[in-house]
Write a protein that binds this ligand. Structure first.
Ligand code: CP
Ligand code: NVA
Length: 334
């Protein structure tokens, strides 16, 4: 396999199927090192910068802890504390930051922003989530699937329920196609993925012996599934006004015990998090007051059930991000 040293990590469509499998292998190895307490300061002396234009817990902490574990210096910049975008263009910021840093992470709005950053930066740029894609999440999710179903995921079925055209759903369709996992986008017509992406993924899936199904039928979509996956109904950057229509459109696609009863006996539940499974958040409380619902994309019963692997999945973000940074910053094997 060709080295990934010097590559940007912007979306999974830029990588071969083997590249993606290699990153999952690497994440698995880094997880073992971490759990065994073996130091792995393989990037000692390097420095990275994290640009966040949207909020984050998992992604930010993953980049910070992974960076420290690899022996790197880490700088965090949010919009309030830097000139990026407001007083300095993306192109200028990229050229400045490349003089200081060995790698740049960006979380924000349009994919075109992270693409521009990568065009002008001299070092690897990593996409920590855009409106269109969430590629680091995918390496963690596939690691979590391997931990439950073994390393060969070919022929397994993952169903995304709800807003099946958001950044996470788009990315899952790509990674599933690349790994030969059957992918189901299950949601109403207005929340289904774009045709060009479905066609692209169908072609990749066919080469790997799997399928892509887009459906609004919950029974059909979830029958015998190995993984039920969902995400928030309104993503970061979308206006509050869309809650009303989203709740109406997506409530039939809530992941609840009835949905889980349609799946395979050893099925699991995944969610990239954060999740609205109760009223224990400011948004959850506001929605409960306004719309009279206390659970949204997933019920508390499923979230807390034995099938739920969401906290393993969250931990795996860190191992995955470490693998992505290491692979793009170094060509050494360990
Ligand atoms: N899943 C995920 O990206 O979480 P954060 O928004 O907390 O980074
Ligand atoms: N679709 C969600 C994912 C959060 C990790 C969002 O963009 O807000």
């Amino acid at each position: 396999m060709a080295s990934l040293k010097g590559r940007d990590f912007l979306k999974l469509l830029d990588f071969t199927d083997d590249d993606v499998k290699h990153l999952i292998d690497l994440a698995q190895r880094f997880k073992a090192l971490k759990h065994e307490g073996v130091a792995h300061r393989f990037c000692e002396g390097k420095n990275i910068v994290l640009l966040f234009e949207k909020t984050s817990t998992r992604t930010r902490c993953s980049f910070e802890v992974a960076g420290h574990d690899l022996g790197m210096g880490v700088t965090f910049l949010d919009p309030a504390s830097s000139q990026v975008s407001k007083k300095e263009s993306i192109a200028d910021s990229a050229r400045v930051l490349s003089r200081f840093y060995d790698g740049i992470e960006y979380r924000g709005f349009g994919q075109s922003i992270v693409e521009e950053l990568a065009e002008y930066a001299d070092c690897p740029v990593w996409n920590g989530l855009t409106d269109e894609w969430h590629p680091t999440q995918m390496i963690a999710d596939m690691l979590t699937m391997r931990e439950n179903f073994g390393d060969d995921l070919v022929g397994r079925t993952l169903v995304f329920m709800g807003d099946a055209r958001n950044n996470v759903a788009n990315s899952l369709m790509v990674v599933c196609a690349k790994l030969g996992i059957n992918f189901v986008a299950c949601g109403p017509a207005e929340n289904q993925p774009e045709a060009w992406l479905v066609e692209t993924c169908e072609r990749i899936a066919r080469e790997n012996g799997s399928t892509v199904l887009v459906t609004d039928d919950v029974e059909r979509g979830c029958a015998g599934a190995d993984v039920i996956y969902t995400d928030v109904w309104v993503s970061m950057g979308e206006p509050d006004e869309v809650w009303d229509e989203r709740i109406r459109a997506l409530s039939p696609y809530q992941v609840n015990e009835r949905v889980m009863s349609l799946t395979a006996p050893d099925s699991i539940f995944l969610h990239c998090l954060p999740a609205y499974h109760d009223t224990g958040t400011a948004v959850g409380e506001k929605i409960a007051e306004k719309f009279g619902i206390t659970e949204m994309e997933v019920t508390d019963a499923v979230f807390e059930s034995e099938k739920s692997r969401v906290f393993d999945e969250a931990e795996n973000r860190m191992h995955a991000i470490k693998a992505i940074m290491y692979a793009t910053l170094s060509d050494e094997e360990f």
